[in-house]
Design a protein around this ligand. Structure first.
Ligand code: NDP
Length: 329
């Protein structure tokens, strides 16, 4: 194909714009693998990139979209051949390298992970960067030695993408899960994913005390700011919290008290530059430890033409669970 459909972000003196356009294949960036993209997804970061609310995009013009699943159509990379089914999350896709909201991508073959055998490309993007990040967070908590016997887990931003998948994984692993949400109307949804208890967002939004009553042994936090500070202050002795998001803000108004008086650990999670062995392990765990019927419940399907509107909604905190994007006809 000489041209293909894509969502292109441009920047001019009047600001940043995003539009569905015909993109010339000749303008793809260098790479040793060309992929026909079948599915993508809308993550919070995609919302920030498309709306321009945060400086995610660092090259213009840019094709937006930070992750995709698809099949290899050309490769000079030793590991990949035409027909291979692959996943790409991060590595600067949609930020510094032309991204996923497009029918074609040309990328570095070292960035790709094989689609797990039992997983469809659609399911891989229903999981997407949000779900793969939730799995990285759970694996970090496990490396810290946490087990269901040690106590309950809190998940913040629970009705969002990272949150919904974290709830489903932790429940599948046997944890009692406490889900924190600002949308109490989603309580039944969160219980359908297996959450045992719902905590209102406002209960974790007040000024954090250095130490508060111990309520959970650990957690997955996609909110940051005051919420994370409150979660830390309520974490049991020896527990750990995996910080992976900033939906509530970049700041962290905490004290050292949870760390030095309760031996609590704060575990940082990054999906973008995460090593290949850890990525492969996370995708293998997603294949085995995420209930697909729960993934189906949390997933809404849209087309490429709907992505710009969905981006506005995710930044406004109005998306429940995950959005999967069908690329092409
Ligand atoms: P979603 O929008 O799907 O989920 C975020 C959730 O956070 C919302 O659904 C909402 O949950 C809650 N929330 C939103 N705004 C606020 C607010 N002002 N105060 C408190 N809670 C709020 O986004 P994703 O799940 O895709 O991403 C979640 C976060 O994780 C983002 O910050 C994203 O950038 C980050 N992330 C980081 C990655 C990494 O590599 N570290 C990778 C992927 C994501 P509810 O309605 O239930 O309260």
């Amino acid at each position: 194909m000489a041209t293909f459909t894509a969502i292109r972000i441009d920047k001019s003196e009047s600001g940043q714009t995003a539009a569905l356009v015909d993109f010339d294949e000749a303008d793809l960036m260098p790479g040793d693998v060309t992929v026909r993209i079948e599915w993508s997804t809308v993550n919070y970061k995609d919302g920030l990139a498309i709306t321009g609310k945060a400086p995610v995009v660092r090259r213009f013009p840019m094709i937006a979209g930070v992750d995709f699943a698809g099949s290899v159509i050309a490769s000079s990379h030793p590991q990949w051949k035409p027909g291979d089914q692959v996943i790409l999350n991060g590595w600067g896709l949609g930020e510094t390298h032309l991204g996923a909201y497009a029918e074609l991508a040309r990328v570095n073959g070292d960035w790709l992970v094989a689609l797990p055998k039992g997983m469809s490309a659609r399911d891989a993007m229903a999981i997407g960067t949000a779900g793969y990040t939730a799995m990285l967070a759970v694996m970090a908590l496990e490396r810290h030695g946490l087990t269901p016997q040690r106590g309950p887990m809190i998940v913040t931003g629970a009705a969002g993408g990272v949150g919904s998948i974290a709830v489903a994984i932790l429940v599948r692993l046997g944890y009692q899960v406490i889900a924190s949400t600002g949308r109490l109307e989603e309580a039944d949804y969160l219980k359908s994913l297996g959450a045992a208890e719902i905590v209102e967002r406002k209960d974790l939004s007040g000024p954090p005390k250095p130490l508060a009553k111990e309520r959970w042994v650990g957690g997955v936090d996609s909110v940051g700011s005051t919420t994370l500070a409150n979660v830390l202050s309520m974490t049991r002795y020896g527990g750990a919290v995996a910080a992976c998001g900033l939906a509530g803000g970049m700041d962290l108004p905490t004290s050292v008290a949870p760390f030095i008086l309760r031996a609590v650990s704060l575990l940082g999670i990054d999906s973008v530059m995460c090593s290949l062995p850890l990525r492969r392990a996370a995708w293998a765990r997603l294949d085995s430890d995420l209930d697909r019927s729960k993934l189906a419940v949390m997933t809404t399907e849209i087309g490429l033409a709907d992505v710009i509107e969905a981006s506005r909604r995710i930044v406004a905190g109005q998306v429940r669970g995950r959005i999967v994007v069908k690329i092409g006809g």
